[in-house]
Design a protein around this ligand. Structure first.
Ligand code: ASP
Ligand code: MG
Length: 455
């Protein structure tokens, strides 16, 4: 196991902040201006950018067209994207020279995309297509800062960010290369780099999965032992419930690394699931902030813990539940081992698990190998599969012992709970429900746990 913790960090890199801005934050000229105002306070910092909002989705769709041999559809999307970028560049860059330079750069990218539409699909080609959004946004934004007389330099993420064969960041490589890249960059106050994109162990273009710019920011934060990592989005921090489904939610001011990790993994869309991993060992705080309302406090994720009951609820969809029943399980040992071996074979991770004396129920979210898993399990057990399930995750420090947690169980009279996991960690309680019941469950839980409905 590698460690995120380092002893040596060059002085010129220490104590900087890393600020990551998401797709909406760089999604329009108006918002880019907000970002400029936020970062332009004279202090040296690293700025990680996502692609402009909507771009990565379009690139994913273009790659799908390539796979399905639909070049006309792909070309249509590329032309629209091209037009959109040129309009944005005209609005952003009034300086003629910088405008022309940026359009030339963007044209190269659009030509690459157009050429891709006639190529045979490969994962490598798809990864290259997906990488173009961050290359575009960072180039445009860096040029914009130069136009505004702000001292900025671009650090190409593909020159230092790399994952190994287990898809974990190759820390040794990243640290060495980051130092080289920054040493080679012109002296600047603001270093801009691409989120999301990286090289794989063979040196081919890859990425840190959708939403991966958050992860880029904390990986860099860990490497330079940043004073703080800030994740700037379009919402004022992590909310206590999903604002897309529940009306009365509010931002949580403080979360511990553990709480944030559980929430990010179990569905809080605001953070990439691995975001806190790189920084927790060094206790580097992660602050979630809103680009559209910079004065709002946001959420501070740190090593501090506070015990005040259930703090937040998140929901993760597209879960498959598998019930494994066997007469042979009765008083037999080694049964779970056999079950786990099947999942191990297909590299499928299990999220929730409950057992009784005659059956085990568990959930997975990656069902790519479901058929093979089921057929292997059927060799020694009876299997039932339920798709379209949702995990509702409740998080708070030591909630399994908290005096107010009993209110949770009031939910049993309103929805059918398929599984419950209590005590796996002291900070998490998970419920598995049918996805159709999600809206009711989130709202009822909100009432019972946060709105102080009298019980
Ligand atoms: N642009 C990438 C995505 O949309 C990465 C990110 O925004 O974090 O997934
Ligand atoms: Mg995101």
């Amino acid at each position: 196991m590698y460690s995120w913790s380092y002893t040596f960090v060059p002085n010129n890199l220490r104590n900087m902040k890393v600020l990551k801005f998401g797709g909406t934050s760089v999604g329009s000229v108006k918002n880019m201006e907000n970002v400029k105002n936020i970062i332009n306070d004279g202090s040296k910092k690293i700025v990680v950018l996502s692609a402009m909002s909507g771009t990565t989705n379009t690139l994913v769709a273009i790659a799908k067209n390539v796979l399905e041999k639909e070049p006309n559809e792909a070309v249509d999307k590329i032309n629209k994207l091209h037009e959109h970028y040129f309009v944005t560049i005209d609005e952003l860059l009034k300086d003629v020279e910088l405008n022309v330079k940026t359009k030339a750069y963007a044209s190269e990218i659009f030509n690459f995309l157009l050429n891709s539409t006639y190529k045979d699909y490969s994962q490598e080609l798809e990864n290259k297509i997906l990488a173009q959004g961050e290359l575009l946004s960072t180039f445009m934004f860096n040029t914009y800062l130069n136009q505004e007389g702000i001292s900025a330099a671009l650090l190409p993420a593909l020159d230092f960010m790399r994952i190994n064969s287990a898809k974990d960041p190759d820390l040794f490589y990243i640290k060495e290369k980051f130092k080289t890249v920054i040493d080679a960059a012109p002296e600047a106050n603001i270093y801009i780099t691409q989120g999301f994109i990286c090289l794989d162990e063979k040196g081919a273009v890859s990425n840190l999965q959708r939403g991966g710019s958050d992860y880029t920011a904390t990986i860099i934060g860990a490497v330079i032992k940043a004073e703080e990592v800030q994740i700037w989005t379009d919402i004022d921090g992590m909310h206590n419930n999903d604002p897309r489904y529940v009306e009365k939610t509010h931002p949580i001011s403080n979360l511990s690394f553990d709480e944030a990790a559980e929430l990010a993994y179990f569905g809080a869309k605001i953070l990439h699931p691995q975001t806190v991993l790189p920084v927790r060992e060094d206790g580097i705080p992660v602050r979630l902030k809103n680009t559209m309302a910079p004065e709002a406090l946001g959420t501070l994720i740190s090593a501090e813990t506070s015990e005040n009951g259930i703090k937040a609820i998140a929901a993760k969809d597209n879960i498959t539940a598998i019930k494994i029943k066997s007469g042979r399980m009765l008083q037999a040992h080694g049964f779970l081992k056999k079950v786990f071996e099947v999942f191990e074979t297909y590299e499928t991770s299990i999220d929730m698990i409950t057992t009784s004396e005659v059956a085990v129920s568990l959930t997975i979210d990656d069902d790519r190998n479901l058929d093979k898993i089921v057929s292997d399990l059927e060799e020694f057990a009876t299997i039932e599969v339920d798709k379209s399930q949702t995990i509702i995750c409740l998080v708070g420090h030591s909630i399994v012992n908290h005096e107010s947690t009993f209110k949770l169980f009031k939910i049993l009279q309103d929805v059918k709970i398929r599984m419950i996991s209590y005590g796996g960690s002291r900070n998490n309680i998970s419920l598995l429900i049918n996805s159709n019941d999600k809206l009711t469950t989130l709202n009822k839980l909100n009432d019972y746990l946060f709105e102080l409905v009298t019980l």
